[in-house]
Write a protein that binds this ligand. Sequence first.
Ligand SMILES: C[S@@+](CC[C@H](N)C(=O)[O-])C[C@H]1O[C@@H](n2cnc3c(N)ncnc32)[C@H](O)[C@@H]1O
Length: 289
Amino acid sequence: MGINLRRMEIHPEDDMVKEHKKKLSLKKITQANRSAWNEVHPVHQKKWQKDFRKLFRDAKYTTLDDIESARLKKIGLKGKKVGQLCCNNGRELISLMKLGAREGVGFDISDEVIREARELAFISGRNCKFIRTDVYDIGKEHYGQFDLVYLTSGALTWLPDLKKFFLLIAKMLKKNGSLMIYELHPFVNMLACEYEEGFQDPLKIAYSYFKKEAWIDNRGIDYIGKSVYQSRTNISFSQTISSIMNSIIQSGIRITEFNEYPHDISGLFTKTVTDMQVPLSYILVGQKK
Ligand SMILES: C[S@@+](CC[C@H](N)C(=O)[O-])C[C@H]1O[C@@H](n2cnc3c(N)ncnc32)[C@H](O)[C@@H]1O
């Protein structure tokens, strides 16, 4: 009763204003992150200790690990069109193309990573296109186009609105198209990282699993070289397994598989953590109904 009364009090304009404000704050977050990712990419390029420009000349070179490759092979990529959201420098999408996909499209907000991705696609000779865009701005021309949408390691944490994000993926998929996520397990959001101030015990629960406030940080995003520097502001989020799953379920994508693993796909955690066999990564597979 109370809820109905409150609904009646809302003028249609109020909803529009609210929606506009929501858009503004979402945009502010993603724009800040574009700037932070543009800043860090040259740092990553120096720290990687891998020259992808040379490595991708080898037709067999891949950055995919065995678990990921096996799962992608089970989905079956022959002749398929694959989209990767938050694709960074394209190394994973280009590697995936070697499993038989016909066409790949990578989307990322950072100008710097997209520049490198296009160069690597050219060097490898794979049929991949890379688009510099905020995922929330992906247009209708990409709807109903993909047999597989793929997300990996450290993509979801940057996204302020998971419901909107998975609804978009559902729109991008063809009927019966697949979603595959290979991500850091939300359990890791409770742990402090080695390079954080005051870090002592890598397995101490330092943060709430249910942290609602965003992480607003000016210490950089150098998870490759693990350097800390005074950086442009980056904004990320702790997401729970339930918030991820509910957003997928509500998008109309049916979850068909969910597996948790104790191995680290980020390179962020110490041997003490990996030896403890705690959940550090997961694979989720879904299908558009
Ligand atoms: C940790 S990387 C994950 C990608 C890949 N698995 C990797 O390890 O390089 C996160 C990527 O998400 C991109 N990103 C962050 N927010 C985004 C947004 N709103 N739209 C598109 N890309 C975004 C960043 O530019 C960055 O390249």
